[in-house]
Design a protein around this ligand. Structure first.
Ligand SMILES: *Cc1c(COP(=O)(O)O)cnc(C)c1O
Length: 367
């Protein structure tokens, strides 16, 4: 029978805080591909899969949480929403606010927001303010607006966001038939590692719903491996970083909102949160594009950078199943692909309008 994916709320309604009366705001998010990563599997001797979250409607996993947050905003009678963003949250909030018929205000930090993300927020009609400060300052203002003014906060400090994002873990288990042994992902504000761990835990035990108890879907939970950018690695330092710095703007966050829950995900799962340098992130970014055929934005490559680094240190087991969430699409921040390893920009080779010269340039001989 024909079945079209209906977005994460309708697909997983019984495991989310919605009822049949809920007016669902969706753009059809979720149902993203779990791609077998051939070269990473060869490298590690484990079966490595990529959960390609760039395939969501606005190009990042943020849509999973935004469908829930915007649905909750409408249910609460909100007329306007606000968020702080390194870029993808604003792109997602702006799109889902449009679908919900709500006004949307986004606060982005000074400098260092990718063109792709900014253009999405503008295209969807959000009011965009660039705050003279970093992401953490933006989130502080957004929270205060949510408390003292008639606007609904849709950052991941809103528990509805985490609820929606946990569906990423459900989809992984539904695809593989069980939880992986290790789940790897980038860590910024730490909402996603919190959400995946919540999802894996809920799927591994009986789950109480309004209509009765659902049986466990998986037999186990994975070990959670989170990776931060070295210049923005508060979990590694053990304290907030005042001036976070990395080319991976999506994870340039010094004071993660979901601090305790991320530490719990790490410790309860027997996992780790470590750091990778910008060079390691860019090398992983190139690996994904050139060896796996998957184009991501730099921040999304932090998990892959972490896996490659751990492998080099002899710390990745073989014979296991490993899933890496690659969080956002490469077209968000495409200029990194045009940069060569020595830092210059790639230029296309110019050729005349002539088949013989083109063939010669391609190293082809006539047959
Ligand atoms: C938001 C984001 C992250 C970081 O996720 P957190 O939940 O903040 O840890 C990583 N990559 C991309 C592309 C993002 O948009």
């Amino acid at each position: 029978m024909a079945h079209q994916w209906r977005g994460v709320i309708r697909e997983y309604a019984e495991r989310l805080p919605v009822t049949e009366a809920t007016k669902v705001i969706t753009l059809g998010e979720g149902g993203t591909p779990l791609v077998h990563a051939q070269k990473l599997s060869e490298l590690t001797g484990s079966e490595v899969y990529l959960k390609v979250e760039g395939m969501n409607p606005t190009g990042s996993f943020k849509d999973r949480g935004m469908t829930m947050a915007m649905t909750a905003a409408v249910e609460a009678g909100a007329k306007a929403v606000v968020c702080a963003s390194t870029g993808n949250t604003s792109a997602s909030a702006a799109a889902y606010a449009t679908a919900a018929g709500l006004k949307c205000a986004v606060l982005v930090p000074e400098g260092k927001i990718s063109m792709g993300k900014l253009s999405q927020a503008i295209a969807h009609g959000a009011t965009l303010l660039q705050v003279d400060g970093n992401f953490d300052n933006c989130l502080d203002i957004a929270r205060k607006l949510g408390e003292a003014y008639p606007v609904f906060l849709v950052n991941s400090v809103n528990p509805a966001r985490i609820q929606g994002q946990k569906t990423g873990a459900f989809e992984v288990v539904d695809s593989l038939g069980d939880a992986p042994d290790i789940h790897v992902l980038p860590v910024g504000n730490a909402g996603n590692i919190t959400a995946y761990w919540k999802g894996y835990k809920e799927y591994s035990a009986p789950f109480e719903t309004a209509n009765g108890t659902l049986p466990a879907v998986s037999t186990k939970t994975p070990v959670m491996w989170g990776f931060q950018a070295a210049g923005a690695a508060p979990f590694v330092a053990g304290h907030p970083i005042t001036e976070p710095d990395t080319i991976a703007t999506a994870i340039r966050i010094g004071n993660p909102a979901s601090w305790e829950t991320a530490v719990a995900a790490r410790d309860e799962s027997g996992g780790l949160i470590e750091a990778v340098t910008d060079d390691e992130i860019l090398a992983a970014h190139r690996w994904l594009s050139a060896k796996e055929g998957v184009f991501v934005e730099p921040g999304s490559a932090a998990g892959v950078a972490g896996l490659i680094k751990k492998h080099a240190a002899g710390e990745v087991p073989s014979g296991k199943t490993i899933v890496i969430t690659v969080t956002g699409h490469g077209l968000k921040d495409p200029q990194w692909a045009l940069r060569t390893e020595d830092g210059s920009d790639v230029q296309p080779v110019k050729v005349p309008n002539d088949v013989v010269t083109v063939a010669a340039e391609l190293g082809l001989e006539e047959n």
